[in-house]
Design a protein around this ligand. Sequence first.
Ligand SMILES: *Cc1c(COP(=O)(O)O)cnc(C)c1O
Length: 233
Amino acid sequence: MMGDSDIIRNNISDIIKRVGAAAEKSGRTAGEIHIIAVSKTIEPERIVTAVDCGMTELGENRVQELCEKYDKIDRECHWHLIGHLQTNKVKYIIDRVKLIHSVDRAELAEEIQQRAKKIDRPADILIQVNVSGEGSKYGISPDGVMDFVKAIASHSHLRVKGLMTMAPFTDNPEEVRYVFRDLNKIFIDIKKENIDNIDMRYISMGMSNDFEVAIEEGANMVRIGTAIFGRRA
Ligand SMILES: *Cc1c(COP(=O)(O)O)cnc(C)c1O
């Protein structure tokens, strides 16, 4: 019988193959796609198994959980804050995360700037865009992204590294292909502007049920939880 860590290991090797195939479809290689293993709600021992299989980039959506795991996981790895971030919690994660994927308002950008300045280390961030316009989703509206990026470009301790979106949940990823395509268009438009201090490098889009379509449409960072660890409790 396969143990739990064998299952995780198999899942990861399967995902790496699928990421590679999707990358090739869009003229790229697997190595160009960053996989973030979304470890929210997953126990530390199981996360360690994934890290030992090469999943050294870990995504969490809650500040307290990220901080607890940051202390518990005794491995070389990097943490990504992928969920909604309250302004008053920035101080807890500022020196612990490699990338904040979910910057969606000026007030939050300002707080990250202040906290990053305090620790004398620039913060790498992505701008979350609400491409689908679903009321339940956070994010800047597609029309507002260019102005938002320009407005925060002057912050000395913020480094905008790209864009992030979440597609509506669906069983048929073809239905949300337009979301990924639209975000890629916005990404390219902003990149073309060559704004000082803005380094459009990452498009973070695609989750367990839609990452292949996201990669075909230009994602170079995917956030995968369920397909690695199984259904969350
Ligand atoms: C939970 C989560 C994911 C991963 O979702 P899966 O469907 O389990 O792959 C990705 N991105 C964000 C922002 C999440 O909250």
